[in-house]
Design a protein around this ligand. Sequence first.
Ligand code: NAD
Length: 299
Amino acid sequence: MTQIAFIGLGNMGAPMAANLLKAGHQLAVFDLASEAVAKLAQAGARAASSAAEAAAGAEVVITMLPAGPHVKGVYLGAGRVLTAVASGTLLIDCSTIDAETARALHAAAAERGLDMLDAPVSGGVAGAEAATLTFIVGGEAAALERARPILEAMGKKIFHAGAAGAGQVAKMCNNMLLGILMTGTAEALNLGVANGLDPKVLSEIMKASSGNNWALQVYNPYPGVMEGTPASRGYQGGFGVDLLVKDLELALKAGLATRTSLPLGSLVRQLYVAYSKQGAGRMDFSSIIKYLDPELEKK
Ligand code: NAD
């Protein structure tokens, strides 16, 4: 049993924290949204009044926050977690943020003699709920070994991507591909339906053909094709459009910095930004299919 502070109890953080409780760990939790804290408190966690208060006395701190500025604010800002924690505390940031911020946090932690890992995840809300996430880790191998039993309570696969920030680089590449493949899958499904096909039948055919991909397997964007997906509950919950825009922009910035050609990443970012500006920022990212065909829900 480990004393864990869990900060950020949104779509991903809440089920991840719940799995740590189920595995018998003691949790102190904090989120700016008090309802999110209250829910975890009902499940047996201690409700903390701030991130620093949650972190004081913890052996491990886990953060699952939207973007780099939030993570920086929690570790280095007012009421800094970095100064609140006892020496020897292991810090694990599971948010998807830019590698530069991740490296700066590793350096600040190292100055205090603390182990830190960037450990962004893949697998979505369903993976967070089922404790089947993939962790993509950057940092020292010894720190990863300390973290392994904790990560195993929330996920199935753990990859050591490399040194500080490497987890974020790998995650950024994956999510750029995710945006591209979701948009391409949506485009193909709309084309089939517009030409008389049943989206369920077309999905089965493509799943068994060379177009097979993760969206077709577990996250079909077409409403009514697959139970339990955001598409089958009005695109609520899941992975927000604005979070994907953030990830695509991380990829484009990294592409600019290294003069890497990213034509599809750039195009997909433009589609998602235009869609977000229509008020879709908090909708699940698979709803890009509605942006491609605004009449979809009338069908
Ligand atoms: P979310 O917006 O649902 O949750 C973020 C939570 O952080 C919110 O509850 C918010 O109140 C809280 N928060 C923000 N600032 C805070 C602060 N200063 N102190 C305490 N709490 C604060 O986001 P999410 O979907 O849970 O995603 C979290 C991270 O995981 C993001 O970086 C995202 O890119 C990444 N991610 C998401 C998914 C997914 O499918 N949703 C999958 C993989 C990775």
